[in-house]
Design a protein around this ligand. Structure first.
Ligand code: HDD
Length: 732
């Protein structure tokens, strides 16, 4: 049984399946269109050449006699090799590593006062979507869990054409001007000479660039925070970054920032975990997304807008056109107006996820470019890059890129033209088609915008020169734990730099954000703590912390989490099967980990559980919680020498995760795995059936204790991590 199948089995409760079939039942014109292009190889006609001639042998090439040379006459062999030779296309110049899923968007609150775009007005519509999540720095085969910005690019297949919000999981960008994009990317990507390091910003070139580019500092705070080591794509916010312009039916214009908020909350890995997973399961985020979707636990995101009417454009102490700034939610609240569900994995990674070509210029009538200096050249770049990546101007005809509405125009020919375009190829013509469409009939008419006039020169607006205030706001808004993580991240990244000048310059810059932060980083690098040069303004916003529960953007739930259930031959069946069944009903994915794959016998004759992982093939890092089921018999007597159990318990504890044990495993956990850490809790267990504290949950071996145990485990898992736990004595 594959992992996906086993998870599917484990979440097949009544509630889940009703929900799942409701999502599946939604009609999706994009899926119908893609079906027309899909070839199902399970309906086998027999192997044929590209041109339809059936072949009797695809394993032996034509030869001039036994042991003779291969003949060029073998059309099938040549075609097979030639096609293989040309399978690769250039990877994306940034965001090369990614994964995608199909879904749909539904609006619940129309915003006619902001835009006339039907997708943001008509609540009866179900709009198909495709989302591609990605990392920025690494190559296509790089690891998922590296410290990096995550892309969150969404395409809406609307009846007015494709609308792409090519978003990130950080609401601000490194730079204010698109002309600097090649520089920041060259700086962060592997060094030109040695092509190292892969998918990392912890090197001289990146920090050299940042130290000399103060506008990057706000973004760098996000980059050093937990945001850029997300637990899952399902637990990540998305931000359109720019202020876009929306126009209503009266022609009134507003600045709008787009937001995605995950239903499962915003949660991250810890750094040690991220580093380990990069080797243990480089596809961690990809697998997590696919597994959840295939298990019917569909990721869902609320869609929100921050709206500033054009006449209030200048009411802020930052420029709305500056993509290195957020609009704090205290100033302009986010209005949540719809949601997106991802409910289908692609059938063909290359055809769908690799060939999707997002473009910021893909906007529908009612949504337009603003004058953000990052945006116009950016829009040029996306169109331009596809010409190389997808090999010519007809990439719009690739199935994943086709809109679901009809398309007529006068563009013709070019490499890989796959349409037969019958009829006029110029306008105006005597036939009257294809013709421009008036605004009142749905044609795009860009809203008139008065221009300030002035002189043609290379300049930026006056408010673009302040770079530190929002970096400080971010720092001030973090909880103590998050601040510790930021200090740790700076220390790691700068600690990996070799050039002393680069480190010193960066410390100077960090000192402008906050002196305490700079001193802590300096201390960890054994450098002189700098004197305060720029007082902290003391302002904070409550919408940024991932840990502080006052952040209403966050959610805490056990749903969608993953728990490892460690069992040995002779385990207590009642407790183990109780946890498994109850968690499955709640949408928590439970994987049994045993001494071998397949059947593991319990202490009750005739009862067993199927293990998905062996002790060797699984690591605690792949789960949100680990539970060690007690039992009886020779294997349990030898538990103190079970290295993988010991390691899993210590590592999960060290990563602040939920760690649980029942029956005889409690004693093992206390004596061997976590000696000195849980004595008091174990004492309490003598008087109570179940005890829980700081993410550690202990229970006896009686089935009657199962409901209380499950409640405690769920409560602890919902907290994401037990941040109050002291892990200083643990190494794993
Ligand atoms: Fe970009 C890809 C996000 C600025 C040039 N970008 C790309 C992707 C995401 C972003 C999510 C991956 C899309 C996919 O999954 O296929 N980029 C952003 C955000 C930005 C941003 C949020 C700032 C607000 N980008 C930006 C600028 C430029 C580019 C300023 C160029 C001047 N980006 C590209 C690109 C890519 C790309 C080179 C590579 C592959 C592609 O476009 O299709 O054109």
């Amino acid at each position: 049984m594959s992992l996906a199948e086993s998870i599917k089995q484990s979440v097949s409760s009544g509630v889940e399946s009703v929900e799942k079939s409701a999502h599946k039942a939604i009609s999706n014109p994009k899926q119908a269109q893609l079906a027309d292009f899909t070839v199902d190889y399970t309906k086998d006609r027999g192997i044929a050449t590209h041109f339809g001639v059936l072949q009797s042998d695809t394993e032996t090439a034509l030869k001039a006699g036994i042991r003779g040379p291969t003949l060029i006459e073998d059309t099938h062999a040549r075609e097979k090799i030639t096609h293989f030779d040309h399978e690769r296309i250039p990877e994306r110049v940034v965001h090369a590593r990614g994964t995608g899923a199909h879904g749909y968007f539904k609006l619940h609150t129309p915003i006619p006062e902001v835009t006339y775009a039907p997708i943001l007005n008509d609540t009866t519509l179900t709009t198909p979507t495709f989302v591609r999540f990605s990392t920025v720095q690494g190559f296509r085969g790089s690891a998922d869990t590296v410290r990096d910005v995550r892309g969150f690019a969404t395409r809406f297949y609307t009846q007015q054409g494709n609308w792409d919000i090519v978003a990130n999981n950080n609401p601000v960008f490194f730079i204010q001007e698109a002309i600097k994009f090649p520089d920041v990317i060259h700086a962060v990507k592997p060094d030109q000479a040695k092509e190292i390091p892969q998918a990392q910003s912890a090197h001289d070139n990146f920090w050299d660039f940042i130290g000399r580019t103060p506008e990057s500092l706000h973004h760098v705070m996000w980059h050093m925070s937990d945001r850029n080591i997300p637990r899952s794509y399902r637990m990540m916010q998305g931000f359109g970054v720019h202020s876009f312009v929306c126009v209503n039916a009266k022609g009134q214009r507003s600045f709008v920032k787009f937001h995605w908020k995950p239903k499962l909350g915003i949660h991250s890995l810890v750094w040690d975990e991220a580093l380990k997973i990069a080797g243990q399961d480089p596809d961690f985020h990809r697998r997590d997304l696919y597994d959840a979707i295939e298990a019917g636990s569909y990721p869902e995101y609320e869609f929100g807008v921050q709206v500033v009417p054009e006449e209030k454009e200048h009411d802020f102490d930052f420029d709305l056109l500056d993509s290195t700034k957020i609009i704090p939610e205290e100033l302009v609240p986010v209005r949540y107006i719809g949601s997106m569900v991802l409910n289908k994995c692609p059938d063909d990674f290359f055809a769908e996820t690799e060939q999707i070509a997002f473009c910021t210029q893909h906007m529908v009538p009612g949504i337009e470019h603003s004058n953000d200096p990052l945006l116009h050249l950016r829009s040029f770049s996306y169109q331009d890059t596809q010409l190389t990546r997808l090999g010519g101007p007809n990439w719009n005809l690739l199935p994943i890129n086709r809109p679901v509405c009809p398309v007529f125009n006068t563009h013709r020919d070019g490499y890989m033209q796959t349409q037969i375009n019958k009829g006029p190829n110029y306008w105006p013509n005597r036939f009257g088609t294809p013709h421009p469409v008036a605004g009142k009939d749905g044609g795009q008419v860009l809203s008139p915008q008065p221009l300030p006039g002035g002189v043609k020169e290379r300049v930026r607006g006056p408010k673009f020169s302040e770079h530190y205030s929002q970096a400080t706001l971010f720092w001030n808004s973090m909880s103590d734990v998050e601040k510790e993580h930021i200090v740790g991240a700076f220390s790691f990244e700068l600690g990996r730099c070799d050039d002393k000048g680069v480190i010193e310059l960066m410390l100077e810059q960090i000192n402008f954000i906050d002196n305490k932060l700079a001193c802590l980083v300096a201390q960890s690098l054994h450098l002189q703590p700098p004197k305060e040069v720029h007082p902290n303004h003391g302002k904070a916003t409550k919408f940024l912390s991932q840990i502080n529960p006052v952040n209403s953007n966050n959610a805490f739930t056990a749903v969608g989490r993953r728990m490892a259930l460690f069992v040995h031959d002779g385990f207590d069946f009642g407790i183990a099967s109780g946890i498994k069944a109850a968690f499955a009903g709640m949408g928590v994915i439970v994987n049994v980990v045993g001494p071998r794959k397949g059947k593991i016998n319990s202490s009750t004759t005739g009862t067993f559980l199927e293990a998905h992982f062996t002790f060797e093939t699984c690591r605690s890092t792949l789960f949100d919680g680990v539970f060690f089921v007690g039992g009886r018999g020779p294997e349990y007597d030898k538990l103190k020498r079970q290295g993988r159990w010991l390691h899993a318990a210590r590592e999960a504890f060290m990563h602040y995760k939920t760690v649980g044990a029942s029956g005889s495993a409690v004693d093992w956990l206390n004596k061997y795995a976590l000696p000195g850490e849980i004595d008091r809790l174990v004492d309490n267990l003598k008087s109570e059936g179940v005890v829980a504290e700081q993410g550690v949950v202990l229970a006896g071996s009686q089935v009657k204790e199962a409901p209380m145990l499950i409640k405690s485990l769920t409560d602890e898992m919902s907290k994401h991590r037990a941040w109050g736990r002291d892990v200083s004595a643990i190494a794993a």
